[in-house]
Design a binder for this molecule. Structure first.
Ligand code: SAM
Length: 234
């Protein structure tokens, strides 16, 4: 199968309908990623078919949870994952993609401009500092491959409004990590946790979404400075 065929078939397996323009946009972003990756460390995945499965289809599994009209923050987006594919697939949802590395943010903003996306912006910031001016201002947070859940929840939950949701993308078998983060989740206002298993189409890879519902405000003393979050996670 070509990467185009793989992408179309995988998206059809995950979503009720697939917009042809979204397929074109994702393939264009794949080409940009491969080209820029020659001179900048963006991703370890360079095979076009693997970019489709390991990046696009893995991220597309979150699309059904991205409500139209919602404001979503992707914490530690790296080269744009999961936020950029979700912005392409969910044009009625607004995405802010955060990363601490400026060159990655610049790459994503070039991609956003090249694809003409109007529902997506990449911002150069550390999540724990971004919270000072953007506290509890997002409906949803998403994140993949950034930190252990105990640390990650202190970076993300302060950004989410009460009643909002956090979807952490994790490998299958992350139950012990989730259990270890229970105290942190409760302290930060998200005592309810749900695990959602899924298999990435065309790769057979089993993955898990950790779904946290934020039901209480995050106490004002959080997030702490990053060193503190890492050295003494909640
Ligand atoms: N989410 C992407 C993915 O799944 O491909 C990137 C994962 S990469 C391993 C982790 C990214 O998180 C890096 O680009 C790093 O700069 C970013 N990051 C780590 N801590 C951060 C923080 N406190 N605030 C913002 N970005 C952070």
């Amino acid at each position: 199968m070509t990467d185009r065929e793989l992408l179309i078939s995988g998206l059809q397996a995950l979503l009720p309908s697939v917009c042809p323009q979204a397929v074109e946009d994702l393939l264009r972003f794949s080409a940009m990623l491969r080209e820029t990756n020659k001179v900048m460390n963006l991703t370890a995945v360079t095979d076009p078919n693997e970019i489709v499965t390991r990046h696009f289809l893995d991220c597309a599994a979150l699309a059904p949870y991205m409500q139209p009209g919602a404001r979503v923050v992707d914490v530690g987006t790296g080269a744009g994952f999961p936020g950029l594919p979700l912005a392409v697939l969910c044009p009625q949802t607004e995405f802010i993609l955060l990363d601490a590395l400026r060159k990655r943010v610049d790459f994503i903003n070039e991609g956003i401009a090249s694809l003409g996306l109007v529902n997506c912006t990449a911002v150069h910031a550390r999540a724990e500092e971004f919270a000072a001016d953007n506290r509890e201002s997002f409906d949803i947070a998403v994140s993949r491959a950034v930190a252990d859940l105990r640390v990650l929840v202190e970076l993300t939950l302060p950004l989410i409004r009460v009643g909002g949701s956090f979807y952490a993308m994790k490998a299958a078998g992350c139950e012990a990590e989730v259990q270890a983060a229970r105290h942190a989740c409760e302290t930060l206002g998200a005592p309810e946790t749900q695990l959602i298993s899924y298999t990435v189409p065309h790769s057979g890879v089993d993955r898990m979404l950790v779904f946290l519902k934020k039901s209480l405000p995050t106490p004002a003393q959080y997030p702490r400075r990053f060193k503190k979050i890492q050295s003494t996670p909640l």
